[in-house]
Design a protein around this ligand. Structure first.
Ligand SMILES: NC(=O)c1ccc[n+]([C@@H]2O[C@H](COP(=O)([O-])OP(=O)(O)OC[C@H]3O[C@@H](n4cnc5c(N)ncnc54)[C@H](O)[C@@H]3O)[C@@H](O)[C@H]2O)c1
Length: 293
């Protein structure tokens, strides 16, 4: 099956990034969110990021050519033209199921759906549609234009053909794929990463060391581009918290239980870069200005 038109549901951190890499790879893209304000903000970010890629010669074409392939709308009906849908809306089972049920009615029979969920089993989302074999997980990492991995997740009813098509599509947009044969909460990479992030928070909670020193240590000692607190601030503390909780609920394994300090920060609305404060403080341009406390 040839994929020509891509529909991206959600213009937040992940949806915007997915739409960008698809447009950069010459696909026709329609990105949908619920308000024009959100879409315009996302377009501004994408335009800036595409500019950087063009400037460094990392993508073919001009900013105008790439942005010209990316259309935005608040109308879900625009999905009727899509060959493939990437879903990147809020991490909420009911919201995702409602969206997939609508998309199922609107999209042609051949359309394949890929969900970017980190923690909800794809099987539960797919079940809201009449096309269970054509629904899989396509789990990107943030920031999407920079991070090359995508987990291709097979739900219980996902067909092998769908997995192959999603895998090929993700490779065609410059990603390397990791095959995941069962839709466990947290998938594979977060299941590996969460215990380390949780331990980092516990070490700060216990006063053993600081947020900045852990981030510095993980950068300089393990060669990571960012430490766990910097990563959490970029992804959103609420996103990480909810994903940890979902993995804990599924596994009942205490190593995935979100620590108290993280829970308190989420309750306070200290969600990271998007709210100007998380583990660090940020200025109005999203630049880090110092520790939160
Ligand atoms: N943030 C990360 O680092 C990260 C990493 C991997 C996966 N994910 C997953 O990706 C998904 C999106 O996360 P995000 O960080 O981009 O969230 P976000 O909050 O930045 O964006 C979500 C967007 O979805 C929109 N939305 C809500 N309902 C919608 C609907 N019915 N149709 C279209 N848009 C709708 C919201 O208005 C919002 O703009 C979640 O499932 C999340 O768990 C996030």
């Amino acid at each position: 099956m040839e994929i020509k038109k891509i529909f991206v549901a959600g213009a937040g951190l992940m949806g915007g990034g997915i739409a960008q890499v698809c447009a950069q790879a010459s696909y026709d893209v329609i990105m949908r969110d619920i308000t024009d304000d959100i879409l315009n903000k996302s377009l501004k970010t994408i335009n800036w990021s595409v500019g950087k890629f063009v400037e460094k010669g990392k993508v073919a074409g001009t900013v105008d050519e790439i942005m010209g392939r990316l259309h935005v709308t608040t109308d879900l009906g625009a999905a009727a033209e899509a060959d493939f849908v990437f879903e990147a809306i809020i991490e909420n089972l009911e919201a995702k199921r409602a969206l997939f049920a609508e998309l199922d009615k609107l999209c042609p029979p051949h359309t394949i759906f890929g969900s970017n969920t980190s923690a909800i089993p794809v099987t539960e989302i797919a079940e809201a549609t009449q096309r269970v074999p054509q629904v899989c997980g396509t789990h990107f990492f943030s920031p999407v234009p920079m991070m090359r991995a995508v987990e291709i997740v097979k739900g219980l009813g996902t067909s092998q053909e769908t997995v192959e098509i999603a895998d090929k599509l993700c490779q065609s947009i410059g990603k390397e794929t990791i095959r995941v044969n069962l839709d466990v909460a947290g998938i594979v990479l977060n299941r590996l990463n969460f215990p380390s992030t949780i331990e980092a928070i516990k070490l700060v909670e216990a006063g053993v060391t600081t947020v900045e020193d852990i981030d510095k240590g993980m950068r300089l000692g393990f060669g990571r581009p960012m430490g766990p607190f910097e990563t959490a601030d970029m992804a959103g503390l609420d996103i990480g918290y909810n994903a940890m909780l979902a993995v804990y609920r599924e596994t009942r394994d205490p190593k995935f239980h979100p620590p108290m300090l993280l829970q308190r920060k989420v309750k306070l609305g200290q969600l990271g870069r998007k709210t100007g404060i998380g583990w660090y403080r940020y200025d109005e341009n999203g630049q880090k200005i110092g520790p939160a406390d």
